[in-house]
Design a binder for this molecule. Sequence first.
Ligand SMILES: *[C@@H]1O[C@H](CO)[C@@H](O)[C@H](O)[C@H]1NC(C)=O
Ligand SMILES: *[C@@H]1O[C@H](CO)[C@@H](O)[C@H](O)[C@H]1NC(C)=O
Ligand SMILES: *[C@@H]1O[C@H](CO)[C@@H](O)[C@H](O)[C@H]1NC(C)=O
Length: 357
Amino acid sequence: MFKYYILIPSLTLLISIPIIFYLAPSILPQRQIPISLPDELDDLSLFHKAIAADSTFLKKPSRKHPSNKFRLGSTTVRRPKIAFLFLTNSDLHFEPLWHKFFNASDPHLYNIYIHADPTVKITPPMGVFADRFIHAKRTQRSSPTLISATRRLLAHALLDDPDNAYFALISQHCIPLHSFNYFYNFLLDTQKLSRKMEFPSYIEILTESPALLDRYNARGENVMEPEVSFDKFRVGSQFFVITRKHSLMVIKDSKLWRKFKKPCVKIQSCYPEEHYFPTLLSMEDPNGCTRHTLTRVNWTDSVGGHPHTYQPPEVSPELIYKLRESNSTYSYMFARKFSPDSLKSLMEMADSVIFKD
Ligand SMILES: *[C@@H]1O[C@H](CO)[C@@H](O)[C@H](O)[C@H]1NC(C)=O
Ligand SMILES: *[C@@H]1O[C@H](CO)[C@@H](O)[C@H](O)[C@H]1NC(C)=O
Ligand SMILES: *[C@@H]1O[C@H](CO)[C@@H](O)[C@H](O)[C@H]1NC(C)=O
């Protein structure tokens, strides 16, 4: 006797498997990609190289850190550079705008590094962006892979050029709000250089935020203890501009990384990339940080953890002026997020508004 009552449920099951696979990404929380041991060791060896190289750079008299060695009026001096670290998992939407930004500057004053998720096909960028890709690994939103990618960018830039003095993390959705020269002169103010003042890092560090406890426990209850107690846990925007000293601090760290690399259990409240850097720097050098980011973001009516994305009809000179305004003593230098099709409007006012300062 044929057992229909077994066959029918199994058929139903067979048919439903592809349906489940198809729907799973929208029903189930996204699975986190783990950081494999070989990937971890790869990064560690890069960090060790960068740390070792930095100490030899310091020994060579001609290549010293700008904050203590820069001399005004000397012809032999090497001017400090800014390292622009582009972290992306898509095309660099605003490449033409960034070309204009870099084109108006002295090519000896900056370096560009790009970390692009290798699983995504990206249109090779041109000009100053060509061949600026570093050895990249897969990244995923709201996961420790974004911390790894950022540390990888910092290490490459530290190792590549001892004159890189500041490190600015930029996403493909970011736009500049001022000219390169304005940004450079703001960061590496000659007054500060000549008075040998300590240079600060521009990184947002907040002690309070809704759901901070949820975010603290997103890797499991109490797993952050004892290295990171809740009162030391900080939050801040992922996009920062930090000094060479702080970049080294970040790649030298293993204590906090051991905790922050733990996979998120509650993915919706995890966002390790918004916690690791502010927590680490506020523990190691709170007075060396301004606690403000230079990258404006609009969280009004945010959906699913995404900030407001400016669309072409919103893009105007008034918007640029508005986005520059800040509550601190300096203006914002970058803003996000802009939809890729805002490019045309942005290019139209690049010379007359954005870079006119
Ligand atoms: C860069 O500027 C020069 C003139 O200063 C101009 O001829 C050139 O087309 C510009 N390149 C880009 C990519 O904007
Ligand atoms: C921020 O976004 C909201 C819409 O979500 C918009 O109404 C508001 O004008 C934006 N603020 C600025 C300063 O652009
Ligand atoms: C400045 O501070 C006020 C009051 O806290 C706030 O409403 C406003 O959004 C802030 N402006 C900017 C540009 O952050």
